[in-house]
Design a binder for this molecule. Structure first.
Ligand code: XMP
Length: 333
């Protein structure tokens, strides 16, 4: 609309002034904030922006391709996709402690990103190397780190995604979303032409499926989890609540599947199965500090469990998590 159009014009001017003829690098995660930041900066400076998309092998089904289709395909932005899944899974082998897993994933992310920034500098393909690091920091993040509001969760789980990167890389920061609230970021994203499904997506943690596979992270577990989770999310998107007319995806704040590396007995045809268990988790919350488990319709849960067990060989039991936060956290690790 009108107002958003003006806002974009102004923001684009500001970015151009700040960046001049220098270059910008941005870590694209597929999440709302980095996506909107990338779209806005690309609008302002085109190929002076290079996005680096690190695939740690712990993304959701087809997520990497979707991000590439959108940014490289539709927006024609420069995007480097780094398939680092073997590196991440290799370093995670045998590690079961949740905080250790987070540290490994966060640390490797920084290493891979740094290596890409160096490569870019050395490549000479029209690149002098970036002097700016762009981040999708939004207003609530700014307020939090200023200490005005304390985020309890950070003391319970380390949420570092790209913490400390600008210092380590010796880059100046470009944070064009610093003044915006989440809702405004979403509106901006839509106005910039990002698809609503991307802009209104539930949050996804930086360590990805790494904290949704309990204990040791393995590729075969991740593959099973991706397929089960895709079914759950598809059903939530396709099922509408009659009273409100909204989908259950819209009516929940975050929903996902958790892989439990335990086997239970089942029966299929005239055979016995001995396969893995998943838990479905859906919560409603306004701030993610506290959350209620969502009272999803039984018919929806029934469809999900039926489909997951029939379509994902290797999973023979589906449970639903009825724990609220506190005392449970939203993620299982
Ligand atoms: P918890 O599990 O602490 O989650 O109730 C609250 C919100 O934070 C997200 N979360 C993370 N996000 N890195 C992230 O970027 C992390 O390590 C991490 N751990 C939890 C979680 O998905 C929920 O939205």
């Amino acid at each position: 609309d009108w107002i958003m159009g003006d806002y974009i014009e102004e923001a684009v001017q500001k970015i151009r002034e700040q960046v001049g003829n220098e270059e910008v690098i941005l870590g694209l995660s597929g999440g709302v904030d980095s996506s909107v930041a990338a779209a806005l900066i690309h609008r302002a400076i085109g190929d002076q922006l290079t996005c680096v998309f690190v695939d740690h092998g712990l993304l959701r089904l087809n997520e990497g391709d979707m991000v590439m289709d959108m940014f490289a395909g539709k927006l024609h932005a420069r995007v480097i996709r780094v398939d680092a899944s073997e590196l991440f899974l290799g370093q995670l082998a045998g590690v079961t402690d949740p905080e250790k897993k987070r540290k490994i994933i966060g640390g490797l992310f920084v290493d891979v990103f740094k290596a890409e920034a160096e490569k870019l500098k050395a490549s000479g393909q029209g690149h002098k190397g970036a002097t700016f690091l762009a981040q999708g920091t939004i207003y609530p993040d700014v307020v939090e780190s200023g200490g005005t509001k304390t985020k309890k969760a950070t003391t319970i789980k380390s949420h570092h995604n790209v913490g400390g990167l600008p210092e380590q890389l010796g880059l100046k920061l470009l944070e064009p979303l610093r003044e915006l609230f989440k809702d405004e970021v979403r509106e901006l994203g839509v106005a910039l032409g990002l698809p609503p499904e991307m802009v209104y997506r539930h949050p996804f943690p930086g360590p990805g499926l790494g904290v949704r596979i309990l204990g040791e992270v393995r590729k075969d577990y991740a593959d099973l989890l991706r397929r089960a989770d895709a079914i759950f999310i598809e059903e939530l998107r396709n099922t509408r609540d009659e009273a409100t007319g909204k989908t259950w995806y819209e009516l929940t704040s975050q929903a996902f599947t958790v892989f439990l590396p335990v086997k239970s007995v089942g029966v299929m045809g005239d055979g016995r199965t001995y396969d893995y268990v998943v838990a479905l988790r859906a919560v409603q919350t306004s701030d993610f500090m506290t959350a209620d488990w969502a009272e999803l319709p039984y018919s929806l849960l029934k469809r999900c469990s039926g489909r997951i067990i029939n379509e994902v060989r290797g999973i023979n039991r589906v449970t639903y998590d009825v724990s609220s936060k506190p005392p449970a956290t939203i993620e299982w690790e």
